[in-house]
Design a protein around this ligand. Structure first.
Ligand code: SDX
Length: 431
C-alpha cells in the first residue's frame, strides 16, 4: 500500500488526533484507524460495514454511482462479450490476461481435476434426497478437507495452488452431483472433451441411457452467467471467506463457509427468491399490489433481485443478464415466457416509482438470471448452487491475495457493549 500523503483530523473527548489517509487507484480515500483504539481509547462503529474498508485489494473494483464493475481493470461487459469463464478465472487468480499457451495449460489443469474422490460418492448418500442442493454443497465442500489432506496447509504455496485448482475444477461436479442426487438420477462423470460450461450442463442433464448433445446456445449462456457471478469485491460471502481464512483454517472449510453465507436470500439466495416472487406475482396486472407491499414498512416483503449495497445507479451485470435472457429465450423459441414479461413490466413500473427512484433501487444480478436458468431446465433450488459454483473463483482469488499479504492477521472486530455492568452472583434462594 502506498505511503499516506494526507491526514484526517479527529477530535474526541477534547483531544485531537491526526489519522493517516490513503488514496486508492480508484474509489474513495480511506482513513487509517488501525491505531485509533491504542491512541484515543475509542472504537469506530459500523454494523454492516457500510463505511468500512476491511482490506486492500487489486482484484475487483466497483463504482456504485457509475454502475461500473472491473476485474483487474477490465469492464465486466467486455469480459462477458469477449472472454470466457476459465480465462476470467485466470485473470482473477493471476492478475493479467493469459497468453494462448498459458490459457491452454490452465484449462488443461482445471479439466484434469474435475473428478472427485470416488469415496465422496458415499458421502452424498448420507443426505436425504430432498435436501436443498446448497445444504449438500456446504457439507460436501467442507468434507473436501477430509479427502484432500495434501492441499490443506495454507502455509505451503504449492498446496495453495493445488487447492485452488481442485476447488475451481470440482465445484461443477459437486453441484451437478447435488442436483442428480436430489432427483434420484445417477451421477454423470465429467468429460475431458467438453469445455467447463458444457461439462457442467452435461453432468446435470445427461443420463447413462442415451447420448446427450450440449446445446451451444445454452453452454454459451451458462458460461456468460458464470463470468457475471465470478467476483464482486468484499461482498458478504467473500468477507466470510476472508474472516474464516484469517484464522489459518484450510481452504475447503473456508469456501464451505462462503457457500453457507451466499445461501441467504439477501445475498446469493435472491436469484431463487426472485423467481419464486415472479411466480407469486403471476401476471402483469398484479404488479402494483406487490410494489405497494415492497414500499410498506410494516410488510417484510421486498422486491427480490432489486437493490444493492453498492450499486446506486444500475448493476452492470443485470444489463448483460437481461440481454442474455432476451437472446436465449428467443433462440429457444420461448420469448413469450410469462415470467420474463412480468419481470420486464415489474422493472419498468418499479423504476418509474418515486420510492425506488429516491432509494436508488435497481435490478441487480439476481433479477434476470433465474429466468435464463429456468429456461435451461434448472429447478429454482439449483440457482444459488450455480452462483456458488461461479463465485468459488472469486472467493479463492481473494483468499490467495489475503494469505499472501504480509499484513494478514486474524480478523477480530470489537463492539458497542450495551449489556449489564459487573454484578455479583445471587444464589437461587435469593432470586
Ligand atoms: C447480491 O454485496 C454484493 O456485492 C452482493 C452481490 C454479489 O455479487 O456478491 O452483488 C450479490 O447479493 C445481490 C443482492 C441480492 N439481494 C436481493 O436482491 C434481495 C433484495 N434486496 C435487498 O434485501 C437489499 O437491497 C440488499 C440486501 C441487497 C441491500 O441492502 P442494504 O444495502 O442493507 O440496503 P437497505 O436494506 O438499508 O435498504 C435501503 C432502503 C431501505 O429502506 P429505508 O429503511 O431506508 O426506509 O431501501 C429499501 C430498504 O427497506 N430497500 C428495498 C429493497 N432493497 C432495499 N425496498 C424494497 N425492495 C427491495 N429489494
Amino acid at each position: 500500500m502506498t505511503e499516506s500523503q494526507k491526514t484526517a483530523n479527529l477530535t474526541v473527548n477534547g483531544e485531537s488526533y491526526e489519522l493517516p489517509v490513503f488514496s486508492p487507484t480508484a474509489g474513495p480515500d480511506v482513513i487509517d484507524i488501525r491505531k485509533l483504539y491504542g491512541t484515543a481509547g475509542v472504537f469506530t462503529y459500523d454494523p454492516g460495514f457500510t463505511s468500512t474498508a476491511s482490506c486492500d485489494s487489486t482484484i475487483t473494483y466497483i463504482d456504485g454511482e457509475k454502475g461500473e464493475l472491473l476485474h483487474r481493470g477490465y469492464p465486466i461487459d467486455q469480459l462477458a462479450e469477449k472472454s470466457h469463464f476459465l480465462e476470467v478465472c485466470f485473470l482473477l487468480l493471476y492478475g493479467y490476461l493469459p497468453q494462448a499457451d498459458e490459457l491452454e495449460q490452465f484449462e488443461t489443469t482445471i479439466t484434469r481435476h474435475t473428478m472427485i474422490h470416488e469415496q465422496m460418492h458415499y458421502f452424498f448418500r448420507g443426505f436425504r434426497r430432498d435436501a436443498h442442493p446448497m445444504a449438500t454443497m456446504v457439507g460436501v465442500v467442507g468434507a473436501m478437507s477430509a479427502f484432500y489432506h495434501d492441499s490443506t496447509d495454507v502455509g505451503d504455496e504449492r498446496q495453495r495452488e493445488i487447492a485452488t485448482h481442485r476447488l475451481i475444477a470440482k465445484m461443477p461436479t459437486i453441484a451437478a452431483m447435488a442436483y442428480k442426487y436430489s432427483i434420484g438420477q445417477p451421477f454423470m462423470y465429467p468429460r475431458n472433451d467438453l469445455d467447463y460450461a458444457s461439462n457442467f450442463l452435461y453432468m446435470c442433464f445427461a443420463v447413462p441411457a442415451e447420448e446427450y448433445e450440449v446445446n451451444p446456445i445454452l453452454s454459451r449462456a451458462m458460461d456468460r452467467i458464470l463470468t457475471l457471478h465470478a467476483d464482486h469485491e468484499q461482498n458478504a460471502s467473500t468477507s466470510t471467506v476472508r474472516l474464516a481464512s484469517s484464522s489459518g483454517a484450510n481452504p475447503f472449510a473456508c469456501i464451505a463457509a462462503g457457500i453457507a453465507c451466499l445461501w441467504g436470500p439477501a445475498h446469493g439466495g435472491a436469484n431463487q427468491a426472485c423467481l419464486e416472487m415472479l411466480e407469486e406475482i403471476g401476471s402483469v396486472d398484479r404488479i402494483p399490489e406487490f410494489i405497494e407491499r415492497a414500499k410498506d414498512k410494516n410488510d417484510p416483503f421486498r422486491l427480490m433481485g432489486f437493490g444493492h449495497r453498492v450499486y446506486k445507479n444500475f448493476d452492470p451485470r443485470a444489463k448483460v443478464m437481461k440481454q442474455s435472457a432476451d437472446e436465449v429465450l428467443e433462440l429457444l423459441g420461448i420469448d413469450n415466457n410469462p415470467k420474463l414479461q412480468v419481470a420486464k413490466a415489474l422493472e419498468k413500473q418499479a423504476l418509474e416509482d418515486p420510492y425506488f427512484i429516491e432509494k436508488k433501487l435497481f435490478p441487480n444480478v439476481d433479477f434476470y438470471s433465474g429466468i435464463i436458468l429456468e429456461a435451461m431446465g434448472f429447478p429454482t433450488s439449483m440457482f444459488t448452487p450455480i452462483f456458488a459454483l461461479s463465485r468459488t473463483v472469486g472467493w479463492v482469488s481473494q483468499w490467495k491475495e489475503m494469505i499472501a499479504d504480509p499484513q494478514n492477521k486474524i480478523g477480530r472486530p470489537r463492539q458497542l457493549y450495551l449489556g449489564e455492568t459487573s454484578r455479583d452472583y445471587t444464589d437461587i434462594e435469593g432470586r
